[in-house]
Design a protein around this ligand. Structure first.
Ligand SMILES: [Zn+2]
Length: 504
């Protein structure tokens, strides 16, 4: 059932677990913080001499007979979503409230936990204005065994403690923020493993009031590698004998992405089945049209030494005397590989020296991984380098992949790549979509290429970012004919179409 870990000798199992934990955290951005929290304590630590911290926490939180729990209040989430923020690096201050938030967890069967959260939002969006009303739903059904979803259960104090009580958890005395805590680590069942076959690790920190202050785990992510997910709990409040943290926050990539202020909570609600019934799904519409078959050749020449690559998120390859630069790598690792392969097919003898990232949003970054493996240097705006370097340098053990060694070149206001063959200018466009956004301008070929500066439909108002770009182009006198989007337009677009958005 339960092993108290640390006293006179460290057994082999413990060392295995802790070396795993340290391996995950050792190379991440949060290493300074979490190394303190996860280092195996020295022999002088004696926090676990008397009984188990897990048993004490279960008693202190009033959850000896807990099978299910429901809690309500107000929640928040970062605007848009993780990695769709206006700035790449945290903190991410733009948040949307989720009112009438209620979450219910059923932990009766730990092999099949169930969770449902509901609420109402009035959310702004980086693409649409004004804010729109909507509903928030997070559903984790009993059939959902993916760690990326289930971790939402295991990171709660109740899911964490119940699993710690059932699995072979290991306790060690440590310090967290200079206060003594007991760190409790357990691993996912042998049947629940990552792509590389590794079991997932969960570590929680129990303070001297026997409250769970922090729970963390790692999950594989194609861009973030072994992505660290941390839940923080404070302001424990007594609801009829059930102790619930009134303040909850989840962090990813080093910043808060979601939080709850709890005002009501109860154990074993009588109407748990009703509470766990998801809202009715919208009636099914027409089946989605089958995707068009990709053209046999993805590349289309759009200028001297310049190719636009179709078949998904677009990409532009530019030929220099002895190398190639590629603007944008697609929305997924698979698409990035497809673009990379196509560029090599067009230019079989020239290395891809530069990959230019238009901005650090999630749908413009995952495709960079194959280019990093290829040895290309990533050029991105200076505002993005720290976050992207952290993400791409994180170990990728859960994916079963080698750690990457990304190289970066930070772009400033105007960055020029030029040799005897061609000239490529990267211009930083100040706007609210992202504070690290570059467009690529080819003066000789008279081409401007961009991501997310999408022109309005006929008759519609332009979004504010397009207006920012049009004003910049006007002020700088950038001279071009073709206007290419990474989000492929229906029709060829021109500078005149862009300038029309500002009435010029
Ligand atoms: Zn974007």
């Amino acid at each position: 059932m339960f092993k108290t870990g640390l006293n006179t000798s460290l057994n082999t199992g413990m060392l295995t677990v802790f070396s795993t934990v340290l391996f995950f955290t050792g190379c991440s951005q949060e290493s300074a913080e979490t190394t303190t929290a996860t280092e195996p304590a020295g022999a002088e630590s004696a926090a676990t001499n008397e009984g188990s911290a897990v048993d004490a926490a279960i008693a202190a939180l009033g959850m000896q007979d807990l099978n299910s729990i429901t809690y309500s209040g107000t929640a928040w989430r970062i605007r848009n979503s993780f990695m769709q923020t206006a700035s790449a690096s945290p903190p991410w201050p733009s948040r949307d409230d989720i009112t009438n938030y209620t979450r219910t967890l059923d932990l009766t069967n730990l092999a099949q936990p169930v969770s449902l959260a509901k609420g109402e939002t009035f959310a702004s969006n980086l693409f649409f204005a004004p804010p729109v009303a909507g509903t928030y739903t997070q559903t984790i059904p009993a059939t959902q065994s993916a760690w990326g979803q289930q971790l939402e259960v295991w990171l709660t104090p109740w899911g964490f403690l119940k699993a710690a009580d059932s699995y072979d958890a290991i306790e060690t005395g440590q310090t967290l923020d200079n206060n003594p805590v007991t760190a409790v680590t357990w691993m996912s069942p042998v049947t629940q493993t990552s792509l590389s076959g590794m079991r997932y690790t969960v570590t929680g920190y129990i303070n001297t009031q026997n409250q769970v202050e922090r729970v963390e785990t790692w999950v594989e992510d194609p861009f973030m590698g072994d992505m660290h997910v941390v839940a923080l709990y404070s302001d424990y409040t007594n609801f009829n004998g059930l102790m619930v943290p009134a303040t909850m926050e989840q962090q990813r990539g080093g910043g808060g992405i979601f939080g709850v202020s709890v005002t009501v909570a109860s154990a074993n609600p009588a109407n748990v089945a009703e509470l766990l019934t998801p809202p009715a799904a919208p009636a099914p519409g027409a089946p989605p049209a089958a995707p068009a078959a990709p053209p046999a050749e993805l590349a289309q020449q759009i200028g001297e030494g310049v190719y636009y690559i179709t078949g998904g998120y677009g990409s532009v390859a530019v030929e220099f005397t002895d190398h190639i630069a590629v603007f944008e790598a697609g929305q997924s690792e698979a698409r990035g590989q497809q673009i990379l392969d196509e560029v090599k097919r067009i230019f079989p003898t020239k290395p891809i020296r530069y990959l230019i990232n238009s901005h650090p949003h999630a749908d413009h970054t995952a495709g960079m991984v194959p280019f990093v493996r290829e040895g290309a240097t990533i050029i991105t705006h200076a505002n993005n380098v720290e976050f992207l370097n952290m993400a791409l340098s994180t170990p990728r053990t859960l994916l079963g992949q080698e750690t990457l060694a990304p190289k970066f070149q930070a772009a400033e206001e105007v960055t020029v790549l030029e040799d005897a063959m061609t000239r490529l200018e990267l211009h930083h466009i100040t706007n609210d979509h992202s504070d690290g956004m570059l467009v690529a301008y080819l003066p000789a070929q008279k081409i401007l290429t961009q991501a997310d500066f999408t022109l309005p439909q006929p008759g519609a108002m332009p979004n504010p970012f397009v207006v920012n770009l049009a004003e910049y182009v006007d002020a700088q006198g950038l001279d071009f004919e073709q206007y290419w989007g990474i989000h492929t337009a229906q029709m060829p677009q021109t500078k005149a179409d862009l300038m029309a958005t500002i009435g010029k």
